[in-house]
Design a protein around this ligand. Structure first.
Ligand code: 8YV
Length: 327
């Protein structure tokens, strides 16, 4: 019988985060170098009270193996990897890391938009490859950003922060489609709510920032790409599965849309045989929206604070399923 709470960290964390967790519990780090991730996890699940990390699918099958689990702490704002109704039914707390990554992620997503529009990676490669031997020709000219229409699908915290950059930095009219209307965004940004189809037809930049859920799975597919302008640039900073990736590849191959900037994919890391890798008009980033040192440190600290609260009888600061909390 253990007398300290048993905590499993299944994503690499900084020593300072592990040290913080060790103040309240026995911490075991799953290290992929030590063998199969699944086997290690299976061995520890019967004893674990807290799980901390990102991306692990936490569903009934896993929970059946973890009868002592009190809290699952996601080191990310998105929690599509959690079966929240199942966790709630079992009285297990689920937490994520909102707010601390909002501005950093918005910076990066706006950065992809700029990089895709102005072909920054292609131009950088040209210079580094020693091919800058004359003035750059029209085939490498970009697309204007300033004053163009930005369509935001998903206007939550990060979506709103991206729209602010567009509105105040680049004078972009903002259209948005969201589960619910945001009077605050309409007042602050003059953002105009519209149907998904209207947004797709009118936007120069279509930026997808909606969380992944059964309702948003494959939200953008063949029909939606057909509705977009031929000059449209598509940006995805949400989750790969919100887009039908085959339909995206087809839309890019057939020039139904002009270009895409992507930080997320159906399968991550992106497989080496993905057609997206061979397209000059696609900018591919390796899921790094929140990846600055300061932001990742803040995410680690918040994810750890959630665990510490959860195993010491306090309410975790960013509890998702509030229903499970009883004083
Ligand atoms: C990941 C993210 O957390 O927060 C999210 O939802 O997608 C990212 O910030 C990050 O890749 C760490 O795993």
């Amino acid at each position: 019988m253990r007398n300290k709470p048993y905590i499993i960290a299944y994503t690499p964390f900084e020593e300072q985060t592990l040290e913080k967790l060790r103040q309240v519990g026995d911490v075991h780090v799953i290290d992929k170098k030590q063998g199969s991730f699944r086997d290690q996890l299976a061995q520890h699940l019967p004893h674990v009270q807290a799980l901390i990390g990102s991306g692990l699918k936490v569903n009934a099958e896993l929970l059946d193996q973890a009868p002592n689990l009190k809290i699952v702490s996601n080191y990310s704002v998105g929690y599509d990897n959690f079966d929240i109704p199942e966790l709630t039914k079992r009285g297990i707390m689920a937490t994520n890391t909102p707010d601390v990554l909002t501005e950093t992620t918005a910076d990066l997503i706006f950065g992809i938009l700029m990089a895709t529009a102005r072909r920054i990676p292609q131009l950088d490669r040209l210079v580094k490859d020693g091919k800058w031997t004359a003035s750059v020709g029209r085939e490498l000219f970009g697309t204007d950003v300033y004053g163009k229409t930005l369509g935001m699908i998903g206007l939550g915290r990060i979506g709103t922060a991206i729209a602010r950059r567009g509105k105040f930095g680049f004078n972009m009219p903002i259209l948005y489609h969201n589960r619910s209307r945001s009077e605050a965004a309409e007042a602050e940004l003059g953002a105009q709510y519209c149907s998904l189809d209207e947004l797709l037809k009118q936007s120069d930049y279509v930026c997808l920032m909606t969380p992944l859920s059964p309702e948003t799975m494959n939200l953008i597919g063949e029909r939606e790409f057909k509705l977009m302008k031929e000059t449209a640039i598509f940006i995805n900073g949400s989750r790969g599965a919100t887009v039908d990736e085959e339909a995206l590849i087809h839309a890019l191959e057939t020039k139904q849309i002009a270009a895409a900037g992507l930080d997320v994919y159906v399968k991550e890391p992106l497989p080496a045989n993905s057609s997206l890798l061979n397209m000059e008009h696609v900018v591919t980033l390796p899921h790094v929206g929140s990846a600055t040192i300061a932001t990742r440190d803040a995410m680690e600290a918040l994810a750890a604070d959630n665990v510490i609260a959860g195993v010491t009888g306090q309410k975790p600061p960013t509890l998702i399923n509030q229903e499970v909390w009883r004083d």
